[in-house]
Ligand binder design. Sequence first.
Ligand code: GRF
Length: 213
Amino acid sequence: MDDKKIKIGVLVSGNGSNFQAIVDALESGYIKNADIVCLVSNKAEAFALERAKKHNVAAIVLDHKSYPDRKLYDAALVEILKNQGVQLVVLAGFMRLLSPVMIDAFPNSIINIHPALLPAFPGLDAQKQAFEYGVRYTGCTVHFVDSGTDTGPIILQTVVPLLGTDTLETLTDRIHGEEHRTYVEAIRLFCEGRLHLEGRRVFINEQNTTIYA
Ligand code: GRF
């Protein structure tokens, strides 16, 4: 493990296709200055655990049912992540709300991906909410996590049109594809130190901008 690299911890509850996209981006060198040091799942049956093992990422199960409340669960989570030296927490289909215990332990360094264009359609079943509402455009949002549900400062968004031929399944699939690209991009920007937060606004430092006098 290279000490100069940003240490990422990924939290999941299920399939882990976003985790896979991040692993692929690290292995291909698209994201250079980071390592995933652990993946934590609150569910023992999550397929993401298999993906982690295949890529030699420490795969840890922390079952929320073993803890009497959210704060104690989050305290255990913080301990695991801090022991691994985690600097960036990536929520990738982690189906639990975080308490202030987690949020305060990782200020401005927990990010989430949501399958809609926030602030529209927060919470569960975002693709279904957008589909049933009959929007022309939906998409996905990567944001910093604060104490609200899907309310933190927005890092990146990608628009996905709702086509006349779409079913909920085809729409969900297209959003999922965009999620993978958008999450990788956001993590790359974070790890390159190019995200800068002012209040609710996230500014991106353009690396290749040349300023002419
Ligand atoms: C994604 O749709 C993500 O937006 C949401 O949970 C889902 C996780 O999918 N937060 P996967 O486990 O990464 O395939």
